[in-house]
Design a protein around this ligand. Structure first.
Ligand code: PEP
Length: 259
């Protein structure tokens, strides 16, 4: 049985220490009371250290929103897995908001290099995949998502893959208030994520990989996603910036029998 995971992607919000720490203080008690759900906050890199410090020795984890695949060097503005490893347990990789504008550093091959670098430094990757509206309407969802998954994990061993998380985020559902249908999302991840992983690494490994849904989830609709057999939680954008985030996590616990 996979432990549900809820990861909060703050994006470029709450990026100063006073606002980030104040927000966490308001939600921390509620989040810590929820059992059997792993919770990860992914703030902007400016406050990663402060957030990690505040959450040290709590059951709330910290993740970064991106990293470079090299350990160090002439890469202005980048941070590496080696630098993040002392603050973070997780790192989001290949988010569609990055893939859309940075073809060189966010291609499938680049995401694959980042996954390898993250794992080499003990970080757990959350690999984002998902189709855009045109691809969805053209019936290309499975092939697009399947090739993103295959590309991200190319050259890895089964035990490495088992420690990764995949976030299926249809691009048309992100930040639009128009979530995918839970049944359709489950069907997609079964066919285009767990299926290819099972063929490449065996069923036992594929069953260990947690798969999140992302795209306009909130406290009211999250239960219908995590009740699906192949969905193990959510990557949450907008709803992670409000007090409703506690209700959202509580709903995950209740839906999975842990609340
Ligand atoms: C995201 O950007 O990963 C996301 C899921 O955003 P939202 O929840 O706001 O749709």
């Amino acid at each position: 049985m996979r432990t549900p995971l809820v990861a909060a992607n703050w994006k470029m919000n709450l990026g100063t220490a006073p606002e980030a720490l104040e927000f966490i203080r308001t939600i921390r008690r509620g989040l810590q009371a929820v059992e059997n759900v792993e919770i990860v906050l992914c703030p902007p890199s400016t406050v990663l250290a402060a957030v990690a410090d505040l959450l040290h020795a709590t059951r709330l984890g910290v993740g970064a929103q991106n990293m470079h695949w090299e350990d160090k060097g002439a890469f202005t503005g980048e941070v590496s897995a080696a630098m993040l490893a002392s603050f973070c347990r997780y790192v989001i990789l290949g988010h569609s908001e990055r893939r859309a504008t940075r073809s060189e550093t966010e291609s499938d091959a680049a995401v694959n290099r980042k996954v390898k670098a993250a794992l080499a430094h003990g970080l757990a990757p959350i690999v984002c995949v998902g189709e855009d509206l045109a691809q969805n309407e053209a019936g290309e969802t499975e092939s697009v998502v399947g090739s993103q998954v295959t590309g991200a994990f190319a050259g890895l061993e089964g035990p490495q893959v088992a420690g990764c998380t995949v976030a299926y985020e249809p691009i048309w559902a992100i930040g639009t208030g128009k979530a995918a249908s839970p049944a359709e999302a489950n069907r997609t991840v079964n066919l285009a994520v767990r299926g290819p992983l099972a063929r490449a690494y065996g069923e036992a490994t594929a069953q260990q990989v947690r798969i999140l849904y992302g795209g306009s989830v909130n406290a009211a609709n999250i239960a219908s996603f995590v009740m699906m057999p192949d969905l193990d939680g959510a990557l949450v954008g907008g709803a992670s910036l409000t007090l409703d985030f506690v209700k959202l996590v509580e709903a995950v616990a209740a839906a999975r029998g842990g609340g």
